[in-house]
Design a protein around this ligand. Sequence first.
Ligand code: AMP
Ligand code: GLY
Length: 415
Amino acid sequence: MKVLVIGGGAREHALCRSLSQDPAVTELHCAPGNAGIAQVATVHPVDQLDGAEVTALARRLAADLVVIGPEAPLVAGVAEPLRAASFPVFGPSAEAARLEGSKAFAKDVMAGAGVPTARSYVCTTAEEAAKALDAFGAPYVVKDDGLAAGKGVVVTSDRAAALAHAASCGQVVIEEYLDGPEVSLFAITDGTTVLPLVPAQDFKRALDGDEGPNTGGMGAYSPLPWAPEGLVEEVLRTVLQPTVDELRHRGTPFSGLLYAGLALTSRGTRVIEFNARFGDPETQVVLARLRTPLAGVLLAAAQGTLAELEPLRWDEGAAVTVVIASEGYPAAPRTGDPIEGLAEAEADGSVHVLHAGTRADEDGRVLSAGGRVLSVTATGRDLAEARTRAYQGVGRITLKGAHHRTDIALKAAQQ
Ligand code: AMP
Ligand code: GLY
């Protein structure tokens, strides 16, 4: 099977790594990729938002499966010309990807499907925003309606700051504050059958102890030893299946990866957000635990035959990933600095370094090229072992001014 992956972050590196280990995959391509992906796939410098260019590449490669990683090409509708040209595509249509692209649309789908989520108002004016903030009280939650790379949400007890964020966004969703731990649960779906993966937890804040600004994600781990028994079955029944059914009934079936960001509140499980693609950095730990070869699963989703698949097999152990971010991330990331120690970090075979924002220079040196630069992932018999190994890997890498959290999976590993 010839597989083409669209994207160029740590999530796509994780996908390419898994696909490269699948004996069914005879050729692996990625566009645009990055310096790390280039080690496991042939990379192609195409504009991932240009559906015609991506389709031309798929044609040239005679791809048997195209996997679209990031939200931007999905929301831009890159899946459509590919499907029109008869390529099996893993990833939803632009219409279905609105589940991620518009928070207001996601709320509407959840209301239609009876999916539990925070009560909310869609607001476009300062007056509406003020009214909504006062209706819920502090802490305030204000979300940019559109895509914002994980930075569109402000949670604050400062009413003026909440109002200022609303004013800077245009249309916002203002919602009640959800307490309780967060869980990311991914499901692969063909629009009818829904196959949940194993739950993971992401660390969204930049600094230890969940301090500092929101980021795209600073680390993740799986499994969640503290999660209630039956959580996956409950979320499948109350969230994932009803959402997939609702979108199918609306005539916009969702096929690809449905990501439920959940809060386990004192009043029950609530959806914080949906995404229309694999999450980053959770994918790094979820795929590190997947034993079933990946290509066949993604192809079955693309072809509508998930119901015929054997149950997924998982490693009983644990995986932890720690993100190394560049100086100044998330506000003003510095790029262009050399990265050393990549091979040394992988000396222990249970550690692999996934590239997020990197590029190779003319001499083949790897340079930082984004805010989140690397995602150092390790497996182990349990979280404590995976965590120790991941941080050993992190310790072997040097990048000027870089920072990472030191408490990824710490609490969970102590349980
Ligand atoms: P989102 O982009 O919707 O996932 O939001 C980013 C982060 O903001 C989430 O992971 C939560 O930590 C936080 N957040 C979002 N919505 C809420 C809410 N209703 N209550 C509390 N925290 C929230
Ligand atoms: N881990 C957060 C996200 O992928 O949106």
